[in-house]
Design a protein around this ligand. Structure first.
Ligand SMILES: CC(=O)SCCNC(=O)CCNC(=O)[C@H](O)C(C)(C)COP(=O)(O)OP(=O)(O)OC[C@H]1O[C@@H](n2cnc3c(N)ncnc32)[C@H](O)[C@@H]1OP(=O)(O)O
Ligand SMILES: O=C([O-])CC(=O)C(=O)O
Length: 389
């Protein structure tokens, strides 16, 4: 006996909606990263990002994120060694990189390569903490190698074998360019990796934690995280900034007038705004300076000058601050890195934070499964046979 459809949705209501986009919702506890968005403070395990950018290395910062304290000299040496020892891509991953079309999107290539790495990982079926650490070493070493190797192959250049004596930053630049990086470039890249390493419950890290919380494996969580990072509202914004700068230059446009037009058309300007920071993103402070210093040293401040003009205008007009993605675009361009590698390079760094969060999730796990505030047809809606529709 069919029941009469109700004319009210009251019965079908489940829960009251959280704010759109979960703004301001505290979804988990975590001891990895603390942000004060009003004061513009970012810290990893309580240590201010400015201290880490000034004194640390990517290896040391990754140790800090994974193990919760700064390493002793012996611990750091051991950590570096393990990261360097993991610089070996499985032949199936290399074959995949050789066989895909050179025009493939590098973020899609990376996402697929990480998924493939999961199949060939020696600890594949082991989700113990020790195995997760070993997987995290391999992923951190090899994501950088995948990005560099794919770029070499698509440019029809020979693959550069890793140099285990180099730092993580130095080895990436070496495998990408086939040249040993000068100290300034290696240090700038190392600092960029430190700045991008973690950022609390950003979209890709949240995605990774949701996947990890089903007790799925590290590679599945990181594959999902890469998919989330790719979007232009998140990590993909650094490429969008570079495209904007290139478009302005190609059209011989005035940067301020170009952006004024975008705002008038209600378009978003990539590299500005942030869900958490209501003041300057502390990472942008470093990237702005790096962009300026590197471009001055290179004798071409074109991209920096354009970026600075846009930043001043957007801040004045919309009260929006530059985020981490804005000046990373001109910094990486000045380092000679192809635009479509900017977001993969974000992943080269963020794997350290993702891994820390996946391990933290597994250590104190509960399934993440919120509710939706249902807005569809009232229950019970009638099922109308196909001939009567
Ligand atoms: C690593 C990272 O993920 S950092 C962020 C990278 N993403 C970007 O740079 C993309 C551009 N920025 C944005 O889209 C947003 O600022 C986000 C996604 C970063 C944050 O989004 P939210 O907190 O959801 O803010 P939301 O998108 O609702 O914007 C609030 C208001 O500010 C405006 N606004 C926010 N960012 C921008 C922007 N970059 N350009 C123009 N207007 C903007 C919105 O249009 C909106 O205005 P309205 O209230 O008049 O409609
Ligand atoms: O925290 C966020 O929402 C985005 C961000 O800045 C990051 O992931 O680095």
């Amino acid at each position: 006996m069919p029941t009469e459809p109700t004319d009210t949705k009251a019965e079908t209501k489940t829960e009251k909606s959280a704010p759109r986009g979960l703004e301001g919702i505290v979804a988990t506890t975590s001891s990895i990263c603390w942000i004060d968005g009003d004061a513009g403070v970012l810290s990893y395990r309580g240590i201010d990002i400015h201290e880490l950018a000034a004194h640390s290395t990517f290896e040391e910062t990754t140790f800090l994120l994974w193990f919760g304290h700064l390493p002793t000299e012996v611990e750091l040496k051991d950590f570096r060694q393990k990261l360097a020892d993991a610089r070996a891509l499985d032949w199936r991953v290399v074959e995949f990189l050789k066989q895909i079309p050179p025009r493939s999107n590098p973020m899609e290539v990376l996402r697929t390569a990480v998924s493939l790495m999961g199949i060939s990982d020696p600890d594949d079926s082991d989700s113990s903490h020790a195995a997760n650490i070993r997987k995290s070493f391999r992923l951190t070493s090899q994501i950088a190698m995948v990005v560099a190797t794919f770029d070499r192959l698509r440019r029809k250049l020979p693959i550069v074998e890793p140099d285990r004596s180099l730092s993580h930053a130095g080895n990436f630049l070496w495998m990408l360019t086939g040249e040993k990086p000068i100290h300034e470039a290696e240090r700038a890249f190392d600092v960029a990796l430190i700045l991008h390493a973690d950022h609390e419950l950003n979209a890709s890290t949240f995605a990774a934690r949701v996947i990890a919380a089903t007790l799925s494996d590290v590679h599945s969580a990181i594959t999902g995280a890469i998919g989330a990072l790719k979007g232009p509202l998140h990590g993909g914004a650094n490429e969008a900034v570079a495209k904007l700068l290139t478009e302005i230059e190609a059209g011989h446009a005035d940067p301020v007038e170009h952006v004024r037009g975008m705002l008038a058309r209600k378009e978003k300007v990539s590299g500005f705004g942030h869900r958490v920071y209501k003041t300057e993103d502390p990472r942008a402070t470093h990237l702005r300076r790096m962009s300026k210093d590197l471009s001055t040293a290179a004798g071409n401040t074109k991209w920096y000058d354009m970026s600075e003009a846009i930043e001043q205008f957007v801040r004045g007009e919309k009260k929006l601050n530059a985020n981490v993605d804005f000046y990373s675009a001109s910094t990486y361009t000045t380092l000679g890195i192809p635009t479509d590698l900017f977001t993969p390079i974000f992943a080269v760094s963020r794997i350290s934070g993702w891994a820390a969060h996946v391990m933290e999730q597994h250590e104190n796990n509960r399934l993440i499964r919120p509710r939706a505030d249902y807005t569809g047809p009232a229950y019970p809606a009638p099922y109308i046979p196909v001939q009567d529709r």
